[in-house]
Design a protein around this ligand. Sequence first.
Ligand SMILES: [Mn+2]
Length: 325
Amino acid sequence: MTKIGDDDNSWGADHAFTRDSVYGTRGENTYSGALSYMRMKYTKDLDGIDIAVTGVPYDLAVTNRTGTRFGPRAIRAASTNLSWPGGNYPWGFDPLKRLAMVDYGDCPLDHGFPQNIPAEIEAHTDSILNQGVSTVTMGGDHFITGPILRAYAKKYGPMAIVHFDAHSDTWSEKENRIDHGTMFYHAIKDGIIDAEHSVQIGIRTANTDKQGMTWLDADWVHANGPEKTAAEAKRIVGNHAAYMTFDIDGLDPAYAPGTGTPVVGGLTTHQARTIIRGLGGIDFKGMDLVEVAPQYDVGEITSLAGATLMLDYLSLITKDLPDRV
Ligand SMILES: [Mn+2]
């Protein structure tokens, strides 16, 4: 007899805790049940796992509107709308059949001791990476990428970043502020980011000091198109160990209103998805999707975009692998 939640074609319930297999996308009523990203098994057991999806619900580093602490929950909820057996259009396959993926839950943070939070995020990421598992992290504001990259650099050396954003997040200052606009300045100064092989896509705020990174700003993307943007990003990154960080405000506010510091004139979801599809061959070690703030969202546009772009990343890194089930 088929165990509920463990048959590809079964219409189960609460797959987050009823499924045994960590492979394959499961169908479930989109509007009900226990949440996990893409109805993945929700577990702290990483034995035999390749990818841990995890949340860092932190939003005390923002310069404008707060609310990204609710981002992971909103992305999980929106992902129920994508969790249908049959594959991720237009990729033509189910990435969850090709690597073992689970929802690891969220990073525990004590908001009463904000000074400890960078180390807590780094330790959370360390604990996953040290089990031979890579992370796909749901923010949280963009500050969280600083401590996450610190963990990755310990394992892989300086990381080439493929960074989608309206903002460069390289504002210089002397002290290590807990600030979502300065963490890449410090990451470069501290040798965590390999600036020469890093690319920032969709930027549309002024900052004359690029800290050695290359901009493919929003106007460049609109003028040259997503395919050429992806090709140029691949050329810049080369064969260096890479990390994708996607600030949802890289999208235009028409496509992602639910975020704290929106800037008009940005990417469409179609452009962003096409760029990601063109990045095959880059040696991505991990990814995050940050700055989804559901309070300002309309009809889940933003959290659905975030959930979809994460699934596109998972599809990108599995596109040349065989199905395991
Ligand atoms: Mn931003």
